[in-house]
Design a protein around this ligand. Structure first.
Ligand SMILES: [Zn+2]
Length: 319
């Protein structure tokens, strides 16, 4: 593995979009974010290069503009300009707590390329419950969700990776409240499911789920994909589908009903291979979509058109 780090000019400075497409540099033999070179790039906050634009525009249906990981501050307009240059014509900005949900409600009114989702993250809910403020926070989430450009409750769900047994009761109560708000307001539901597949499915089946349910950053296998097909739940594939150790996701993508497949970045997290360890951004969607086309052995134009049609079926029009 090459251990030298070449001086790379910062690709994503204020006032400029990343440089034109170039072949990915050799990433070494390790695909892990913990390898030395990737860790150094992460510390330096280097963005990944602008990919070759997609032939048909798509939409990033899950991103966080309020989380900044890059070394250079980028405005949302500049980030969306970079996305547009890569064939990513819009995004869903996603809230995770009250502050980011208020941020979301504000920014979707400022740029027509954005729609929004608001929620209390499943790891946030137990903290609010312990402080005695969960019910008040849910009331404000419902008020924010009524905005015309807020089209989903998300990200909500269950996370058994970060939340222990003692927080699961309030996490489930919060998830069920979001589900109820989404159904009453006619909004979609964006689900964060981390190591909690069975209980997410059981909750969706026991409560009356809203019409449009999205498993964001789909992390299941072919069996969960079949369950989603059966119930009409959307599966949103992130950069994780490109990871070398993610055969289960590729098998799930092959099983998934094409009418239920979406794509996202979850930026600044989950940067696709071979750029793991760098901050992710909406303009990086083409790396994931090209990988999906390869896995599906399908025409890239047709896949892009399908992804956009599916995304608008969930969230409505961006115009
Ligand atoms: Zn997210």
């Amino acid at each position: 593995m090459c251990t030298s780090v070449l001086p790379v000019p910062h690709p994503y400075a204020v006032g400029q979009t990343p440089p034109a497409y170039r072949e990915p540099e050799e990433a070494g033999t390790s695909d892990g974010a913990g390898d030395g070179a990737a860790a150094r790039r992460r510390r330096r906050g280097e963005y990944l290069p602008l990919p070759e634009p997609l032939p048909v525009p798509v939409i990033d249906n899950h991103t966080h503009f309020d989380f900044r990981e890059g070394a250079v501050e980028v405005t949302i307009g500049e980030a969306l300009d970079a996305a547009a240059a890569a064939g990513v014509r819009g995004a869903v900005q996603v809230g995770t707590d009250l502050a980011s949900s208020r941020f979301t409600a504000a920014v979707v009114e400022q740029d027509r390329r954005l729609l929004g989702a608001v929620a209390l993250h499943p790891n946030e809910a137990p903290l609010l419950a312990a402080a005695g403020t969960l019910d008040d926070a849910l009331t404000e989430i419902e008020q924010l969700a009524a905005g015309p450009r807020i089209r989903a409750l998300g990200e909500t769900g269950l996370d058994y990776f970060r939340t222990g047994e003692d927080g699961r009761g309030s996490q489930l109560a919060s998830f069920r409240s979001h589900l109820d708000i989404a159904r009453r307001l006619g909004r979609a539901l964006q689900i964060h499911d981390r190591e909690a597949h069975d209980d997410v499915v059981a909750t969706l089946l026991s409560d009356t789920a809203p019409d449009r349910v999205v498993l964001h950053c789909f992390s299941g296998d072919a069996e969960l994909a079949r369950t989603c097909n059966e119930h009409g739940w959307y599966m949103s594939f992130a950069g994780t589908v490109t990871f070398k150790n993610a055969a289960n996701l590729r098998e799930a993508l092959l099983v998934a009903d094409p009418a239920l497949v979406l794509t996202e970045t979850d930026a600044p997290f989950l940067t696709p291979h071979p750029y793991r360890g760098r901050p992710n951004a909406s303009y990086a969607v083409p790396y994931t979509v090209r990988a999906m086309a390869g896995i599906l052995d399908t025409d890239l134009d047709a896949l892009c058109a399908r992804l956009t049609a599916n995304t608008e079926a969930v969230y409505g029009s961006w115009d």
